[in-house]
Design a protein. Structure first.
Length: 225
């Protein structure tokens, strides 16, 4: 699997490596320390090739608990699991699951396979990997860049760690999840994959004022740990 706009990434200098049977951008030819510093200021990463999944149904919350996923009682909150999975509760009947950034295993596929026979009637898998693009915006100016494209107030006083907004970004329906890396602000953005190139260009343009730039998966791993 590769990103829908991989040619755009190549033109930006992307260097790809195989990761979980996917082609991921590891870096853009810059030094390790330089890209990590960029991610701390304002970095934009394309994580679309990484695994993600979803589950939907009337008994979803109860089933998720029996599957060992620890989620709270409130919708529009994301819950980090011990193994690094990020489980986003979108509603009483739907969750979104993102593979752990630090994992080299396809945790989402394992979750689907392990519990495919235990899901209650009416509970089904949502094919997020094939339907949704996944970008990540990081750094101290990430909130400022998003403010140019989204009408919601995503500052930390109103949108703390784990908060979810199902909103519009650059006039595109988007799920925004705040998932800081320590003290570094960070946002996951998930939206229809057909809008990948458009959303990427909007975020790049919004970040120019703050000297934002693309960053690779490797820099996120450095900051994640």
């Amino acid at each position: 699997m590769r990103s829908p706009h991989y040619r755009t990434l190549i033109s930006a200098g992307a260097r790809f490596e195989s990761c979980m049977n996917a082609s991921c951008v590891m870096d853009y030819g810059n030094g390790k320390n330089q890209e990590a510093a960029q991610a701390m200021q304002l970095g934009l990463a394309d994580l679309t090739p990484l695994p993600r999944t979803g589950f939907k149904g009337p008994e979803m919350v109860q089933w998720a608990g029996s599957a060992g996923l620890k989620i709270g009682q409130h919708n529009n909150r994301a819950y980090l699991q011990e193994d690094g999975l990020l489980v986003a509760r979108l509603s009483d009947s739907e969750i979104l699951v993102l593979n752990g950034l630090g994992s080299r295993l396809d945790q989402c596929a394992r979750l689907e396979e392990k519990h495919k026979h235990s899901r209650p009637a009416g509970c089904y898998t949502v094919p997020r990997s094939s339907a949704s693009a996944w970008l990540m915006l990081t750094g101290q100016y990430s909130t400022d860049a998003l403010a140019k494209l989204c009408g919601m107030d995503l500052r930390v006083k109103n949108f703390s760690g784990g908060a979810i907004a199902q909103t519009s970004v650059a006039r595109t329906n988007c799920i925004v999840i705040r998932n800081n890396m320590g003290e570094i602000p960070a946002f996951h953005l998930l939206f229809d994959c057909s809008s990948t190139e458009y959303m990427w260009s909007c975020l790049v343009d919004a970040g120019m004022e703050f000297k934002g730039a693309p960053v690779g998966y490797a820099s996120l791993l450095d900051l994640h740990y």
